[in-house]
Structure formats: C-alpha cells, structure tokens
Design a protein around this ligand. Structure first.
Ligand code: NDP
Length: 451
C-alpha cells in the first residue's frame, strides 16, 4: 500500500462516519501524490499525519431561554485546526445540520484557503446546530450570549478570531461581540464581520462574493475572455450569492438565478438586486416566491417540485456558474447538465459545493473550474484586513480594501495556476491550489519543529 493511501486509511478509521471531513481530506490527499513522488521531507516530518489532526476540537453545551421561558439546549463547536501561519481564523455557522464532521471539514479547508491568501492566519471553524430560522431577535441575542459565554475563554485577537458563515451575519456578530466585551472587558478585534460603527471594515460584506467573481475574471483572462454578454447561474440567496450577483452585473454579465432552501428564481431578464436584497437583507429571510410580486415575469420553482437529489438551478442554460449556497449542492448529473447546456466556467463561492464526481466531470472536460478554497478566499482575506485595521486603529476606504482584495484574488489564481503547470497539470486548479497551500503550511511546520 502506498504511503498516502496508508495515511488515508488510518485517517478514515479515526474519523469514522465523518463523511464530509473524509471527503475534504481525500481531495487534498489525492492531489498531493505527485508532490510526494518528488519530495520526501513532508513524509519524513509526518506533515500529512499532523495536518489532518486538529490541534484542538472544543465542543460545549449552549443552554438558553426561548421566548416562552423554556430552556433550550444546543451543541457548540470550535475546531482550532492549525496555527502554523498565524492566529486561528475561520467563521461560525449556525445551522441545524452542523456536526463535528461539518465543522472539521470546514476547518480543514480553511487551513489551505488561509495559506493561499498569503496573509498570516491559521485555520479554524466553529458553530452550532442552533437553527436561527423562525427565532425572534431576542432569542437570537440570548443564544449568541450563551454561545459566547463558553467560547470567550478560547479566543482572542492574537489567539483565534471567528467570523460569520451560514446563519451568522452582522447582527449575530454584534451580539457575540457585545458578550465577549462584557465578559473580558476587552475592546479588541476578536471577531471580524463587525459593523462599521464598532471596528468593521468596508468591503467585508461584499468580499466573498466579489472575490469569487474576481477569481473567475482571472480564469477568463487567461483564456482571453471577459464577462461581457455572459449569462450566469448563481445558487444561494445569502451574503455570498447577493454580492456575487452584484459584481457580475457590474462587470457586464447577466445573473439569472438565485435560490434558497425553499426554492429558486429564474429571471430571464437578470436578477433584480434591489428586490433580492429587500427580501434577504432585512433580517426577515422572506420566501423567494415574494420576488414575483415585483418581477411577475420571473419563474419560481419550489424545492418540493424538484427531482429527487437534484438542484434545479443547474439545469438553467448558462455560460458561467457560481455555486454559492452550501456543500455538495452540485452533483455529477448537475455537472453533466451544465456542460451540455454550454457552461464553461465554475467559480465556487460556497465551501465544497461540488461533489467529487462533479469535480471529475469539470476537470475531465477541461473547463475553467475554481475550487472553493481558492475562489472564495476573498472573505477571509478581507477579514484579515479588518484585523490589521483594528490592530493599527485605522480604517481604510472601500476602494483601498477592494483593490487589495483584487490583488489577493489575482495572486491566489496565479499561485494555483503556476503550481498546476509546474506539476504538468495545466489548468487543474484543484491540484495547483492544494499543493501550493500544503507546501506553505508544511514548510512552516517543519521550520517550527514537532508539536
Ligand atoms: P448565508 O446564511 O448568508 O446564506 C446561505 C444561503 O444558502 C441561503 O440562501 C440559504 O437558504 C442557502 N442554503 C443554506 N443551506 C442550504 C441547503 N442545505 N440547501 C439549500 N440552500 C441552502 O450564508 P453565506 O452566503 O455566508 O454562505 C454561503 C456559502 O459560502 C457557505 O458554503 C459558506 O461556508 C461559504 N462561505 C461564506 C463566506 C462568507 O464570508 N460569508 C466565506 C467563504 C465561504 P436558507 O436561508 O433558506 O437556508
């Protein structure tokens, strides 16, 4: 048995039933085969065995009162995966599907994503199986306060800096920050994604969506193309999807879809951003069906009408696609349909949205494929810029942050593309991103000794 499959077999045994975590680790390990054939220092220093094992996984009880005065109990998580390159950094997700497997897969991906940004940040992730849907504002506040009452002892501006993710936006970051301050007496950049009045950064809200489009722009440029006149499909209707659509429109593409867990909108004339923001950014998370009140020509399809296991967004004809909702939302059948309909570019705003079989379809076809850990790194990059502004007690202008974001996304693309070429895998950005990131973290781990 080869060294890599041996490591993976042991990994699977210790992480039994953690499907998403195993999926994420396998993708990275598969990419590293060609690196390990050339270099033996990583094997000699057991970098692989160490990198797949979190430095620390914290799980905790979160007990809080609902509006009826009843005590509710949820489970909280924080995985501090790897601190080789800097303080732990990664978002918090509040969603009923959250489990140790989901948090570990996200934390593992975050190590590589953060390394690709070139900024001094380690990898982490956290969250809870708390479902914010249908909760009152007071319930959200009480839950966030209870969550932070345990988390605060594990984090700090130079230790671990959480941010938002699914179900955690500016409002939740506010309640979490308030509680951290109350418990520690510290006014420090311990969270990112803060509101502008109290230490947030301009362009942080837009960063992941804009970054995913900038990444796509770099892929297109390499093939002498741009966005002008292209039709895009986008999944999701949250933070990442909204700002992906906004930037696509600014750069001359027409985004015709958006979706949530209840259904999706197909607007042939192009998604009306003001209407979408009104439905999704006011804190009410209204149904996308309400979009039709302002745009009656558009089409709404409810999830219950979907075919089993399919995300119908991917059946809409397009030139470019931006999965921006959640993991494994795009399967092999979807990938084939996208290709059949003429799609030539995928840029992943979400984390691991394409299944391994779907990724194979894209790579085999040789289309432009930007894996999440590279394409959606703009969010964490601007989070680090927020940390830098907090540490220096300065605020930068929107353009300053946006220009840095553009530069970072271009660098990430260049690293992934040139590393792919170095290993005779031209255009395979999965291999390029994984090797480029692994080398950075692995080399630094060797230099810092065994711990
Ligand atoms: P939001 O909570 O703002 O939005 C998530 C969107 O995806 C909502 O429209 C939600 O619909 C939909 N969604 C979530 N789960 C499912 C599901 N199981 N099936 C169908 N639709 C679903 O989250 P973000 O936009 O912040 O995050 C989206 C993705 O981007 C995630 O994969 C996240 O990890 C990734 N990401 C986010 C970053 C950020 O800066 N926010 C940074 C890097 C990656 P509904 O409201 O109905 O649940």
């Amino acid at each position: 048995m080869s060294y890599l499959s041996d490591v993976y077999e042991r990994f699977q045994r210790t992480n039994k039933n953690e499907t998403e975590f195993c999926q994420a680790a396998k993708e990275v390990l598969d990419s590293l085969d060609i690196l390990f054939q050339k270099e033996n220092k990583y094997q000699k220093n057991a970098i692989l065995e160490r990198i797949v094992e979190p430095e620390r996984l914290i799980t905790f009880r979160v007990a809080w009162f609902d509006d009826a005065g009843k005590i509710q109990v949820n489970r909280g998580f924080r995985v501090q995966f790897n601190s080789t390159l800097g303080p732990y950094k990664g978002g918090l997700r509040f969603h009923p599907s959250v489990s140790a497997s989901i948090i570990k897969f996200l934390g593992f991906e975050q190590i590589f994503k953060n390394a690709l940004t070139g900024l001094p940040i380690g990898g982490a992730k956290g969250g809870s199986d708390f479902d914010p849907k249908g909760k009152s504002d007071a319930e959200i506040m009480r839950f966030c306060q209870a969550f932070m009452s345990e988390l605060y002892r594990h984090i700090g501006a130079c230790i671990d800096v959480p941010a938002g993710d699914i179900g955690v936006g500016g409002r939740e970051i506010g309640y979490l920050y308030g509680q951290y301050k109350r418990l520690t007496g510290l006014y420090e950049g311990v969270l990112t994604g803060k509101k502008l009045l109290w230490g947030g950064s301009l362009a942080r809200t837009e960063a992941t969506g804009y970054g995913s489009v900038y990444f796509a722009q770099n892929m297109l440029k390499d093939r002498y193309q741009d966005f002008e006149g292209k039709t895009a499909v986008v999944s999701g209707a949250g933070n990442v999807a909204i700002y992906t659509i906004e930037k696509l429109q600014q750069l001359g593409a027409k985004a015709v879809t958006c979706s949530d867990s209840r259904g999706f909108i197909y607007d042939e004339q192009g998604i009306d951003l003001a209407t979408l923001k009104e439905l999704k950014e006011t804190g009410t998370n209204q149904s996308l069906e309400d979009y039709l009140q302002k745009r009656p020509h558009a089409k709404y399809t409810a999830v219950k009408d979907y075919r089993e296991g399919r995300n119908e967004v991917w059946s809409v004809p397009c030139d470019i696609a931006f999965p921006s909702a959640t993991q494994n939302e795009l399967n092999q059948e979807d990938a084939k349909e996208l290709l059949k309909n003429g799609c030539t570019l995928i840029s992943e705003g979400a984390n691991m949205p394409s299944t391994p079989e779907a990724v194979d379809v894209f790579l085999d076809a040789g289309i432009m494929y930007g894996p999440g850990k590279a394409a959606n790194a703009g969010g964490v990059a601007v989070s680090q810029l927020e940390m830098a502004q907090n540490a220096s007690m300065l605020s930068w202008s929107f353009d300053e942050v946006d220009n840095k974001l553009k530069e970072i996304m271009a660098n990430i693309y260049q690293q992934a593309a040139s590393t792919a070429e170095e290993f005779d895998k031209k255009h395979n950005l999965v291999v390029g991103a994984n090797i480029a990131a692994f080398r950075k973290v692995g080399d630094a781990m060797i230099e810092q000794g065994v711990y």
